[in-house]
Design a protein. Structure first.
Length: 249
C-alpha cells in the first residue's frame, strides 16, 4: 500500500473532501485495543461482516501493520467502490464505530479540532525543552542546558576515567532536567505527552521526573524526530505530533 504523512491541515482538507462525497461508503473506527484483539470483535454484527473482512485484508500489509503499531491510536477506514482511505490518526480513537452511507468524518474531525492539552518533552544530551499546548497554542515552556563531555577517543585508563565522568554528567543533567520539568508541569493534567530526541534518554529520565513517570498512560509510543532539544525545535515537533499516516491501496 502507498502511504504518506499528513499534517493537521492536510488531514482536515481530506475530511472536507470526503464530506462532499455521496453514495455508499463504509466507515470504520477501531480503538487500538479492538484492533489488536482477536476474534470475536464485538463492534461487528458478525464474523462475516464485509467491513471486518476489508479491515483484515488491509491488515495483511506489513507497512500498514507496522505504522499502526507505532502510532497505537487505532484505525480509521473510509471505503467505497471507487476509493479507500486508511488512516493512522495522531490521537486515540475513543469509540468503535461502523456505518454505511456518507463518510462519517465527525469523530475524526472532532479529534483534530479539539484543543487537547499536550506536553512535548524534548531531550537530547546537553539540552532539553518541555512545553504545554492547548490545541496548537503554546501555553508555557521550560528549557535548559547542561555540559556533557564527549566520549574520550583514546583507550586506557584515561578513557575509562572520561567515561565515568561523562556518565556522572549525564546523570546530573537528567536529574536537573527532571526536576525542572516537575517544577513547571508536575501539577498538570494532560491528554497526551510526546517525547522527542534521543530514545535512550526516555527511560532514565522517567526515573528523575515524577511528571514523566505518571504520564506513562498518556505517553505516545512515537519518538519525535528532534536533533537538538531547543525552542526552535518545538514547532516541528508539534507538527509531527499532530501528523497522521494515510494509506491508499
Amino acid at each position: 500500500m502507498e502511504s504518506q504523512r499528513l499534517g493537521r491541515v492536510h488531514l482536515l482538507r481530506l475530511l472536507a473532501q470526503l464530506e462532499e462525497e455521496a453514495g455508499d461508503w463504509d466507515t470504520v473506527y477501531l480503538r487500538n485495543d479492538t484492533l489488536g484483539a482477536r476474534q470475536p470483535r464485538p463492534v461487528f454484527d458478525s464474523e462475516t461482516d464485509h467491513r471486518l473482512l476489508q479491515v483484515d485484508t488491509l491488515m495483511e500489509d506489513e507497512h500498514l501493520h507496522r505504522e499502526l503499531a507505532k502510532y497505537a491510536t487505532g484505525l480509521v477506514l473510509f471505503h467505497s467502490t471507487s476509493a479507500t482511505y486508511v488512516i493512522a490518526p495522531p490521537f486515540s480513537v475513543k469509540s468503535d464505530l461502523v456505518s454505511t452511507g456518507r463518510p462519517d468524518t465527525k469523530p475524526l474531525r472532532e479529534m483534530m479540532e479539539h484543543p487537547h492539552r499536550i506536553v512535548l518533552v524534548l531531550v537530547t544530551w546537553g539540552a532539553y525543552v518541555a512545553a504545554l499546548y492547548r490545541g496548537t497554542e503554546l501555553q508555557r515552556h521550560k528549557q535548559g542546558t547542561g555540559h556533557i563531555h564527549p566520549p574520550h577517543k583514546k583507550g586506557g585508563s584515561s578513557s575509562a576515567r572520561f567515561a565515568r565522568r561523562t556518565e556522572e554528567q549525564r546523570r546530573e543533567f537528567l536529574r536537573r532536567a527532571g526536576n525542572r520539568i516537575d517544577e513547571r508541569f508536575g501539577d498538570e493534567t494532560v491528554d497526551y505527552v510526546f517525547f522527542g530526541g534521543n530514545r535512550l534518554i526516555l527511560r532514565p529520565l522517567a526515573g528523575h521526573s515524577r511528571f514523566v513517570e505518571k504520564s506513562a498512560p498518556v505517553l505516545s509510543p512515537r519518538i519525535l524526530d528532534v536533533k537538538r532539544a531547543k525552542l526552535a525545535a518545538l514547532d516541528g515537533a508539534l507538527a509531527e505530533a499532530y501528523s497522521s499516516v494515510l494509506f491508499r491501496p
